[in-house]
Design a binder for this molecule. Structure first.
Ligand code: ATP
Length: 270
């Protein structure tokens, strides 16, 4: 392993049980959603994970966020094997590794104001300092929600989709993480603001030297915003390489098909 790797996934395997186990049609089976996936995340670098729906991308992110137990394989943080799915160990892990989900509506509790969302995250991770309101305002500024005072008292339904996703980013930053696992962070947003949001993510990455896993269906944005791209097919990584080289000259037949199916894979986002 290279010294600068923050988070490493080694030979991850995840099997889900399917079937009810009841009756002849409900025979219990296992389904291998992730099959021997390895990847490394480094500070200031973005790794894109692409592949068609159901190929296992989100499951990889959830495994790396320790939201699911592994069937086999290993997650290493700073070179140390880690299995922290609950309690204080999990909170500590989340202090380093944060996840951003696709749907900012369902990831924010509709009953809580922005001040509560950010204040709670800051306190949990010991980053509230002497003045939690001041710390929350600074987070809102970092994600371009300005003037920040205007947003503190809002509920999620009083924000646009883009503003909600910015609050999700701010909540993730409240932990001062070193790794961001971004699972299709812009796919639910209006196309007109996707580039703005990806530029924001890019700025945050640069400012904090974040290691980013960027899951997307959009090969154009993988090429524009990531250093390395991994292509998943039926739970396996079938091709990996520098994003530019992989998208301009795909070697694996599946990557070629994926590119051919994209409306215009070389297009930059509007
Ligand atoms: N909790 C679960 N129980 C059973 N099967 C699951 C579970 N979660 C995911 N799967 C299955 O694992 C496979 C991979 O799902 P996953 O969500 O990782 O794919 P994905 O590549 O992220 O897809 P999408 O791009 O549509 O989000 C799918 O066939 C899915 O049905």
């Amino acid at each position: 392993m290279n010294d600068d790797v923050i988070l490493e996934a080694r030979n991850l395997v995840k099997e889900f049980r399917t079937g009810t186990g009841v009756g002849p049609r409900g025979a219990a089976r296992t389904f291998r959603a992730v099959d021997d996936v390895s990847l490394e995340l480094r500070p200031g670098k973005v790794t894109a994970l692409v592949g068609q729906s159901g190929s296992g991308k989100s499951t990889v992110a959830r495994l790396m966020a320790q939201l699911y137990p592994l069937t086999s394989g290993e997650i290493r943080l700073d070179g140390q094997p880690t299995a922290a799915t609950r309690g204080r160990a999990f909170t500590r892990y989340c202090g380093s590794v944060q996840m951003i989900l696709q749907d900012p509506f369902s990831s924010l509790n509709p009953l809580h104001r922005v001040s509560h969302v950010l204040g709670r995250a800051l306190r949990i991770h010991g980053n509230a300092g002497a003045d939690v309101t001041e710390a929350s305002l600074r987070l809102l500024e970092r994600v371009n929600l300005t003037p920040p005072e205007r947003y503190l008292d809002r509920f999620p339904h009083e924000l646009s989709g883009g503003e909600r996703q910015r609050v999700s980013f701010a909540r993730a930053l409240a932990a001062t993480p070193r790794v961001l696992l971004a699972d299709e962070p812009v796919s639910m947003l209006d196309v007109t603001i996707r580039k703005e949001m990806l530029d924001l993510l890019d700025r945050l990455r640069r400012e904090s030297q974040l290691a980013v896993l960027y899951i997307t269906h959009d090969l154009g944005s993988a090429e524009a915003y990531s250093d390395e791209t991994l292509v998943m097919y039926r739970g396996k990584v079938v091709e990996r390489g520098s994003s530019r080289a992989l998208i301009s000259d795909p070697q694996h037949e599946y990557t070629q098909r994926l590119l051919a199916a994209a409306p215009d894979p070389r297009r930059r986002l509007p």
